[in-house]
Design a protein around this ligand. Structure first.
Ligand SMILES: *Cc1c(COP(=O)(O)O)cnc(C)c1O
Length: 405
């Protein structure tokens, strides 16, 4: 029952139009700092109905300059979820801030609002409240942003949405990136994400000052705006460095790919949701926890389709299941090892059992292959393979008679 071709957990979708768009840039005068980056920024800002979008060379860079724009520095405290890619926490460390985590909700795998509320109560008593919370829309499922925003008003912290998984999703009928409940949202365009620019990222915001600071920071802290000059203007060559910035610029080639991909964003997200529904229908009788049903208020972009293995009922370990699926060319993956258990964060003092819900989740999860060009037949072959492995190991054989559509 092996799938002949290797099925990765995620794969980019690049069309002939995408390729033509990139080739056009190669034939043009501008490989960087030309007209296509602003056009891509406009397209994303329009899609998200946000005032500003700032393109950079990765989501990691976007998170870094977003933290700096929000004045995160040495001694400040930044909270995020342990169930994320390390970049969501590292960005605070780049700025010299301390990081702490909020445990996850066992059904959505996003940071738990109950855990956040409780942790804020204690932090207030101890006089060590966070200056910033980075909320991650894990697997594309929107966090409860209204609840987080309400808490931010009470306790006075800023909010970044790490929406690296979530472009094309909706929260309370607004596109993710609209920033109705946050200061800044960040997208990733790495090839496994929803749309790609190879490497690339974007920050959206409705705050003009934050957007201007991020624009400065992505390009050495240099401005060419006459009205902003501090020294007397010496001529047409004159520019000024006002901040210690970086070279985090996106190239014109990347922006052309992203701009072309934006036209298929809705199609990608629709297909991802369709495939997710098919998985749920095919796997519902197996000893697995499937993604919780989404509400009309929180529409997932389905970056990942995550299952949790009930090792006891399945009589099989997650590791064995992972290896057996890989033997069959099914490239399942694990998202994520909790960030606080990474050796770098352990050295900062975090230990096992600090965030039990995230740790329990991390022992059971597997991401199944899911990408827009995946066919129905490929999905059925993954489901069938998973079923036959679980059947082989099950004591009761209860699953083998189940109907597969
Ligand atoms: C992929 C990812 C990032 C980093 O994105 P890059 O564009 O590769 O820098 C950050 N946060 C999360 C949650 C991610 O999944």
């Amino acid at each position: 029952m092996s799938t002949s071709q290797h099925l990765p957990y995620g794969r980019q979708n690049v069309s002939e139009d995408d390729i033509a768009a990139v080739v056009n840039v190669l034939r043009s005068d501008w490989l960087t700092q030309g007209p296509v980056v602003p056009a891509f920024e406009c397209a994303v800002a329009d899609y998200c109905d946000a005032k500003h979008a700032v393109a950079v060379n990765s989501a990691t860079s976007a998170l870094h300059i977003a933290c700096l724009a929000l004045d995160i520095g040495t001694g400040d405290l930044v909270w995020t979820t342990p169930n994320t890619f390390v970049a969501s926490a590292n960005c605070a460390r780049y700025c010299g801030a301390d990081v702490d985590f909020v445990d996850i909700d066992p059904t959505t795998y996003n940071l738990s609002i109950d855990a956040l509320t409780e942790k804020l109560t204690h932090a207030k008593i101890k006089g060590r409240l966070p200056k910033l919370l980075i909320a991650v829309h894990f697997a594309g499922r929107p966090c409860d942003m209204a609840a987080i925003h309400k808490l931010s008003l009470k306790y006075g912290f800023k909010i970044i949405e790490d929406a690296s998984h979530a472009i094309g999703g909706y929260y309370q009928r607004q596109p993710i990136g609209h920033c109705q409940y946050s200061d800044i949202s960040v997208f990733s365009f790495h090839p496994v994400k929803i749309i790609t620019t190879a490497e690339g990222g974007m920050a959206t915001t409705n705050n003009t000052e934050l957007a201007n600071r991020m624009r400065l920071l992505r390009s050495h802290g240099i401005t060419r705006e006459k009205s902003e000059f501090i020294n007397p203007d010496q001529g047409a060559w004159h520019y000024e460095q006002h901040l210690l910035g970086f070279n985090y610029r996106m190239t014109e080639l990347q922006a052309a790919l992203g701009l072309s991909q934006m036209q298929r964003l809705d199609t990608f997200v629709k297909r991802r949701n369709q495939l997710a529904q098919m998985y749920s229908k095919n796997l519902c009788d197996l000893p697995l926890t499937l993604p919780a049903k989404s509400s009309p208020d929180a529409i997932s972009s389905f970056h990942l389709y995550v299952i949790l293995l009930d090792e006891g009922r399945a009589n099989l370990s997650r590791r064995e299941l992972f290896d057996k699926l890989h033997e069959q060319n099914i490239g399942v993956n694990v998202h994520y090892t909790p960030v606080h258990l990474q050796p770098y964060y352990r050295k900062l003092g975090f230990r096992a059992n600090d965030f039990p819900a995230a740790e329990s989740y991390a022992k059971k999860n597997l991401s199944l292959p899911l990408f827009p060009s995946m066919s129905d037949a490929e999905l059925v072959s993954v489901a069938t393979c998973l079923r036959s492995i679980l059947c082989e190991h099950s004591v009761s054989k209860e699953y083998q008679y189940a109907y597969i559509s």
